[in-house]
Design a protein around this ligand. Structure first.
Ligand code: ATP
Length: 532
């Protein structure tokens, strides 16, 4: 982990992302991916013309379409055509709740009191660190010498700490001469001789203290303490507080789910790795309400379903693992439940390891019982079949939409030196932001007109799934190269022969195969390719 500056403004958000994630895995370099995203209009640093703002990103024309395609797919597969169990469709309905709610929501959920990370500040460098990410090193058996601190999993800061230790010891110590321990376990005396990861003097790291991750704001004109409110740190609570409304106003019966897609905000201490961990992001969360006796089975069901779903949008099984949380990792709401699983993806910056893409938690009935207690409203559900009144248990598949976009980008990114573009984005065709490109070979001889007619037809049929590109300028090679970088599955070219035999050339992004098909066959042919 890298340190976050207390001054959050960056000279360039993009260069920060590159520095953070400049690792190469399976030939996939974050640096090249970030630069492609900028160049092709997927993702830009937010407020770039003002120097950026750490942890915030803007989506360009291709990025917004890719994100929308992923969100639409999740919404479709959760609410419109949900999966089945024992031959019956699982019932899931949608909501869209406010980002700002009554602050008591966040008191009940535990976020006001508990949604915090332990932070350590360095008084010399003004860097801020997650206390649990700091590791100390010193010479084995030397209890009076200085202690050097580095940031876990950060090779650079480890190398710096080793260098400082060698300098202090006036010799090069071997690996077997080094002792390590977590910073949080140091005594006050030991902290006084600890040298921070970026500091020169010892004793400049403060005591760890809780740092709440929620962004605060004020509702109304007076900005007094009574008007304090929070930007939601997750979409889940907006679902729980509407549980009663949904039960009362729709014909759902337990077991059923409520789904929501939307923005969430966390004042992350170390936003990093491009859009993997940002301060404003989007989530796709579903709370599945069931009887406590069935919770374990539903948990297994959703873990399996969600993994399959990520494969259906193009992630390869080899790059995913399902990891069960150890008992000491479990969140407070999951302690007495059947457990929590993470679907983890092999990101270029975690390679060969994995990092979280989606969490699937058994939240027991923690949230409903908290809201019942704090709001003093009856939230029990009456189960007619069981003739029993109870607060349902909840299984929560909670995925990051923006983190999912990053997974699609990482998976699609395929270096290929044989192409003019040197890289091709192999999105699963139905998720690709540009569905097809139609190119007149030259900008004359009636070709642009034929191409435009085909574009209109394809937009009418596929426009709701993505962009249909038309471009009559530049050499055809350059236009193809641009579509390789944009991840467009197929290009259709109108040439001299089209005018006489009504055929066009298609060029396949992945195989580079080129062949001719009748122009009136193009819509159906493309429909097959896109599964649309
Ligand atoms: P992490 O351990 O990575 O901080 P979390 O366990 O706190 O994540 P949840 O609260 O379970 O995350 O949120 C559900 C999902 O939301 C995560 O799996 C992740 O995909 C996404 N998510 C959480 N925090 C962020 C963030 N700061 N930026 C982007 N996506 C995020």
């Amino acid at each position: 982990m890298l340190a976050a500056r207390m001054d959050d403004r960056l000279e360039s958000g993009m260069s920060d992302a590159v520095a953070d994630g400049a690792s190469t895995a399976q030939g996939k370099s974050m640096e090249e991916l970030v630069s492609l995203c900028k160049r092709r209009g997927f993702i830009y640093p937010a407020s770039e013309i003002y120097g950026g703002l750490n942890g915030f990103w803007d989506y360009g024309p291709l990025g917004v379409q890719l994100k929308k395609n992923l969100a639409d797919r999740w919404w479709r597969d959760m609410t419109l055509t949900p999966p089945t169990r024992d031959g019956e469709a699982v019932k899931i309905v949608g909501v869209d709740s406010s980002i700002i709610q009554n602050p008591r929501v966040w008191e009940a959920s535990g976020h006001v009191g508990g949604f915090s990370d332990p932070m350590v500040d360095c008084t010399e460098t003004k860097f801020r660190y997650r206390a649990d990410h700091l590791i100390c090193l010193g010479e084995k058996g030397d209890t009076s010498g200085q202690i050097y601190v580095h940031v876990e999993d950060d090779d650079e800061s480890y190398a710096a700490a080793r260098k400082k230790l060698d300098k202090y010891k006036k010799r090069s110590l071997g690996d077997d001469e080094i002792d390590t321990c977590p910073f949080v376990s140091l005594s006050a005396e030991e902290r006084a001789i600890a040298v921070g990861p970026h500091a020169k003097a010892p004793g400049t790291l403060t005591e760890p203290r809780a740092f709440n991750l929620m962004f605060q704001t004020y509702v109304g004109a007076t900005a007094s303490e009574d008007d304090k409110a929070y930007l939601r740190p997750e979409t889940a609570q907006g679902i729980f507080i509407n549980f009663g409304n949904v039960v009362d106003t729709s014909r759902v019966r337990v077991p059923f789910g409520i789904a929501q897609i939307g923005k969430a905000f966390r004042n992350e201490v170390t936003p990093r790795n491009f859009i993997f961990r940002s301060r404003e992001f989007e989530q796709m969360e579903m709370e599945f309400f069931c009887h406590a006796d069935d919770a374990k089975q539903w948990l297994d069901y959703w873990v399996e379903q969600r993994k399959r779903w990520w494969m259906s949008v193009g992630l390869s099984e080899d790059n995913m693992i399902v990891r069960k949380h150890d008992d000491d990792e479990l969140a407070h709401y999951s302690k007495n439940g059947a457990g929590t699983y993470d679907i983890e993806y092999r990101w270029p910056f975690t390679h060969p390891g994995f990092g979280e893409l989606e969490g699937i938690a058994h939240r027991s009935n923690f949230d409903l019982s908290q809201h019942k207690e704090h709001s003093k409203k009856k939230l029990e559900y009456f189960d007619q079949e069981r003739n029993e009144r109870y607060l349902p248990d909840v299984i929560e598949p909670a995925a990051g939409l923006t983190r999912g976009v990053l997974a699609l980008l990482c998976e699609a990114f395929t270096p290929d030196d044989s192409r003019a573009s040197k890289v091709v984005m192999k999105f699963e065709p139905s998720l690709a932001p540009i569905k097809a490109a139609v190119y007149p070979l030259v900008n004359k001889d009636g070709m642009p007109e034929v191409a435009e007619k085909l574009v209109t037809e394809l937009r009418r049929r596929f426009g709701h799934t993505g962009l249909i590109e038309f471009d009559a300028k530049q050499s055809i090679g350059k236009r193809y190269a641009r579509m390789d970088e944009a991840g467009c599955p197929v290009c259709f070219t109108i040439d001299g022969d089209t005018m006489s035999d009504q055929t066009v050339t298609y060029r396949d992004r992945d195989t580079l195969a080129q062949d001719r098909i009748a122009i009136d066959q193009v819509p159906n042919w493309l429909g097959d390719k896109l599964g649309a």
